[in-house]
Write a protein that binds this ligand. Structure first.
Ligand code: BJ8
Length: 381
């Protein structure tokens, strides 16, 4: 497939972004670190602060975390924690960024994250948003709205800036523009064959959490323009959707295996995929209410029941003409591992084959996963 210049631009934007954050700090701007989609960026930006997502996708910080945390928790939590406690930064590229964080904004999602945040407070000031975990119950929305109001207050205290309705509306509009661009990019993947590889899109989706909103919009516009020009000869490749746990930067093992074995990934039902942008925030409502309504709908497996996720998966399978689903989970992620049963049942009813892969951040299972993916592709061909 054609080399896309915008992908190099996105890859090379790392240094510029770090310098930008360093400059912002010199002017007194506060930098917030987050780990999850449930934290509304709009409130962080409306308070005049900037944010970096700190989820770890690299294996080299896992063993550092294991000196503090049990081995049998998910690698995403261990990798994230390992980057933060690794004060010496030995061999860990991303570690230097953490010194730039003024406050971590955490959320009550899965058990591993919740308990990890308690320990994180020893290293960086940590604020926790309490999420209602039964989103369909009658008082969940009001509870979440109150939590977001408290969070807005915490941001005002951190930055010394008042979060105004006008500023919130401006940030909602800006981030909706990004969501629209992502919808346009994903729209190009609905073509047969799509004119961009899944691995390339995933790298962009991983970077979306690192770039500033303006950088991201510029990069996405460039990418869309380039992808629209690409002409691909038709060759049959099984159209694969990945569904499950997020894949933060550094974790690209399974998508690379899928595409090296002849499949093409056309969508990712994950927080490094559609969950990050699928729903927009209503621009015609009171901004705090609109944010609460949009964010509480994120179909994460920490929510119960989470039937919205099943509906969304079936919608994506239809829209992206998916031939098979790779259900991807990280070891010890109980939420997504348990929800696998319901997802498999729903897809089975629609005649969509599923390959379940449970893995970690190490390379030890590459060969074994490759054999299973090979067999899956053969079945789909
Ligand atoms: S909204 S998916 S980003 S919580 S993989 S740490 S769930 S044990 S990352 Fe997540 Fe927010 Fe949900 Fe998305 Fe726990 Fe599972 Fe690990 Fe996970």
């Amino acid at each position: 497939m054609k080399q896309l210049n915008s992908l190099d631009y996105i890859k090379d934007s790392y240094k510029a972004r770090i310098s930008q954050i360093a400059e912002e700090r010199k002017t007194g701007k506060k930098i917030v670190g987050t780990f999850c989609l449930f934290v509304p960026d709009e409130i962080i930006f409306a308070a005049g602060s900037d944010r970096m997502i700190l989820c770890g996708g690299k294996n080299n910080t896992v063993s550092i975390a294991e000196q503090y945390l049990p081995r049998n928790i998910c690698p995403l939590v261990k990798s994230s924690f390992g980057s933060i406690v690794n004060n010496s930064c030995t061999g860990v590229k991303s570690c230097s960024n953490l010194g730039m964080i003024d406050m971590i904004v955490a959320e009550n999602t899965c058990d591993s994250k919740k308990k990890m945040y308690e320990l994180l407070g020893n290293y960086v000031s940590t604020y926790v948003i309490d999420l209602p975990q039964r989103p369909d119950s009658s008082d969940a929305l009001n509870y979440f709205l109150r939590e977001l109001d408290k969070f807005k207050g915490a941001m005002e205290q951190l930055t010394g800036n008042k979060v105004t309705v006008e500023q919130l509306k401006k940030e909602i509009k800006s981030l909706n523009e990004t969501r629209w661009l992502l919808h346009r990019l994903y729209g190009l993947r609905k073509m047969d064959p799509p004119s961009i590889n899944g691995v390339d899109v995933l790298k962009v989706m991983q970077k979306q959490y690192f770039l500033s909103p303006d950088q991201l919009k510029e990069a996405l516009s460039m990418l869309i323009r380039e992808v629209e020009q690409v002409k691909v000869d038709w060759v049959h490749k099984p159209r694969i959707m990945i569904s499950g746990c997020p894949m933060p930067g550094g974790n690209i093992k399974v998508p690379e295996i899928i595409e090296s074995k002849g499949g093409v990934i056309v969508a990712e039902e994950s927080c490094t995929g559609t969950r990050s942008f699928w729903d927009l925030v209503d621009e015609n409502k009171d901004p705090m209410l609109a944010l609460a309504e949009r964010y509480i709908k994120i179909p994460c497996s920490c929510m119960s029941p989470n039937n919205r996720r099943i509906d969304n998966i079936l919608e994506l399978v239809r829209e992206f003409k998916v031939d098979g689903v790779v259900y991807y989970t990280l070891q010890f992620c109980h939420g997504y591992n348990i929800e696998k049963y319901k997802v498999q049942q729903a897809l089975k009813k629609k005649g969509i084959p599923v390959l379940a892969i449970e893995t970690d951040y190490s390379d030890s299972d590459i060969e074994q996963i490759g054999l299973r993916v090979d067999a899956f592709m053969e079945m789909l061909s």
